[in-house]
Design a protein around this ligand. Structure first.
Ligand code: NAD
Length: 497
């Protein structure tokens, strides 16, 4: 029987939408959670992936249809203005209008109890005009094809905005990895590579870590690729452990790069780090490293949050002990993920995630997930500057409101580019078969990011446009130039004339 992968949004059940639209009494629909627990063997998360028979899907499709995400459409809507400003040829607009390749697979994973679970997975290669595609792999229960495709567009723009010889891609698996054992997670990671090994490669498409994947997961993946290829191919994946060909400096690269960009911006505003208060949403790989380095640089970190809550201290927080505390369960149990939250860390005031976003701070750093600021909450933001470490944390509508309110946004494709810049350095080292010191990596990261971030800031000033528009102009111009150099309609009609 045909199976459909469906992401059930349980908030639609708890808020009564399903009850309202199906005409069923609320008490029958609230039974869905316990029924899912029986079926899945664990409590479902807010958004849970299910494989269900096709005839069931047809019945509930209508109920769920207004939950369809339009992230790619939203991201594309930002491009029209850029094409106009750059007078980009129609050919390039058509080519950048959708992903070049979308690969989908169902990953069958044997659970420790002997049962089999199937997880939908994607690899989307958006554009490879400027080189092999590059982009992380995300494990998250909300992953959809639309999200992966959107992230792959942003990777395309980012690699071009900082002038790396890469196109853009992204991967994702719809799974809540924190419900898996370490062995189940390893089987899933290896299964991802078995499913997509023929479409990735050091000259084709190079994955890296993203949300809920890290060096450990990349280590399993590069090993699986080597087993299939029957040779060592370290350049197929970046963000690997050092012993398997990783680069010194990759782990903290995204946070370090974001700090460098924030420093450059602060200098242009004639501000010293100690004059600036900072709130950070998201305390994973990128957020933790940013917080740690920014604290050392003298910025006052007043608030931190993760998916479970937020903490605040007017005098400032030291992220190091909070990080050690958060990682305690991981160290004790040898796990890939930690169970503790920043909220368990210290005797500090706790806040809700929304309250953190609305703090009156100089800088709000978004380092969690996309669409955190939208037209629903943008008018409540009180920060003067926002640094986007996460990809796409502000929707187009949210962006417009922030712009009208004169809140500066340092855009993701520049602010978080440190990660992919050091990934590029890792790939170069893998191909040379020679490895650099931390100082060399740091120097090269600084040189490239400083040059490209300053170019973006200057362009924004020259053209009186927001920083995001300047960064997009920088990236799209390079991609459009490369596409033109392959030949456009204009070129060929001139040749005929
Ligand atoms: P991660 O999985 O290590 O961390 C994500 C963090 O966000 C976790 O602390 C999680 O608890 C928190 N979080 C999730 N939902 C939240 C919410 N609603 N409120 C507050 N916190 C929440 O992931 P990461 O690698 O740090 O990536 C974070 C973001 O940065 C993603 O958008 C990713 O695409 C982007 N990014 C990461 C890298 C990298 O090198 N890791 C590079 C570029 C961009």
């Amino acid at each position: 029987m045909n199976q459909i992968h469906l992401i059930v949004d349980l908030s639609l059940i708890s808020n009564g939408t399903v009850s309202h639209r199906t005409g069923l009494p609320l008490w029958t629909t609230v039974l869905v959670k316990p029924v899912l627990k029986l079926a899945l063997g664990h409590w479902p998360t807010e958004q849970t992936c299910l494989s269900i028979p096709f005839f069931w899907y047809r019945n509930i499709e209508a109920t769920m249809s207004n939950n369809t995400s339009h992230l790619l459409e939203d991201a594309q809507s930002r491009m029209a203005d850029i094409y106009e400003r750059l007078e980009v040829a129609d050919d390039s607009r058509h080519r950048l209008g959708q992903p070049k390749r979308i690969h989908q697979a169902s990953l069958s994973v044997r659970m420790d109890d002997g049962s089999l679970r199937v997880f939908p997975a994607w690899r989307v290669q958006y554009d490879d005009t400027r080189g092999p595609t590059k982009g992380g792999i995300r494990f998250h229960p909300n992953v959809t094809e639309d999200e992966v495709a959107t992230l792959s567009l942003w990777m395309t723009l980012k690699c071009a905005a900082v002038d790396l010889p890469f196109g853009g891609a992204k991967g994702g698996v719809c799974v809540d990895p924190k419900t898996l054992s370490r062995l189940e997670l390893e089987r899933l990671s290896r299964g991802y590579i078995r499913a997509f090994h023929d479409v990735i490669g050091p000259d084709r498409d190079i994955p890296a870590p993203d949300v809920n994947t890290n060096a450990i997961v990349m280590g399993w993946m590069v090993d699986e690729y080597a087993q299939i290829a029957r040779q060592h191919v370290p350049g197929v994946i970046t963000g690997k452990p050092l012993g398997l060909g990783g680069s010194i400096g990759r782990e903290e690269a995204t946070g370090a790069g974001a700090l460098l960009v924030m420093d450059l911006w602060a200098k242009r505003q004639n501000k010293e780090p100690h004059e600036l208060s900072v709130a950070i949403q998201g305390f994973g790989n990128a957020g933790q490293n940013f917080a740690r380095l920014a604290h050392h640089a003298g910025y006052k970190i007043v608030a931190l949050s993760d998916s479970q809550g937020a903490i605040y201290s007017e005098e400032g927080l030291d992220p190091e002990p909070i990080l050690r505390h958060k990682n305690r369960t991981r160290e004790l149990k040898g796990k890939v993920y930690c169970d503790d939250s920043v909220c368990d860390a210290a005797e500090t005031q706790t806040l809700s995630g929304d309250e953190l976003l609305q703090l009156d701070v100089d800088v709000l750093v978004l380092a969690a997930l996309e669409n955190q600021i939208t037209d629903a909450n943008a008018d409540q933001i009180r920060a003067r500057t926002i640094v986007e470490i996460a990809n796409g944390p502000i929707s187009t509508g949210g962006d417009r409101i922030l712009q009208d309110r004169d809140i500066t946004v340092i855009p993701d494709i520049v602010a978080n580019a440190g990660g992919v810049i050091v990934s590029h350095l890792e790939w170069v080292q893998n191909r040379m078969g020679d490895y650099w010191s931390g100082d060399t990596v740091k120097k090269q990261l600084h040189q490239r990011l400083e040059r490209e971030a300053n170019a973006c800031f200057d362009l924004a000033g020259e053209k009186s446009v927001p920083l995001r528009t300047a960064a997009y102009l920088q990236g799209v111009r390079r991609i459009a130039d490369a596409m033109s150099q392959q030949g456009t309609q204009g070129y060929f009609s001139d040749a005929n004339g």
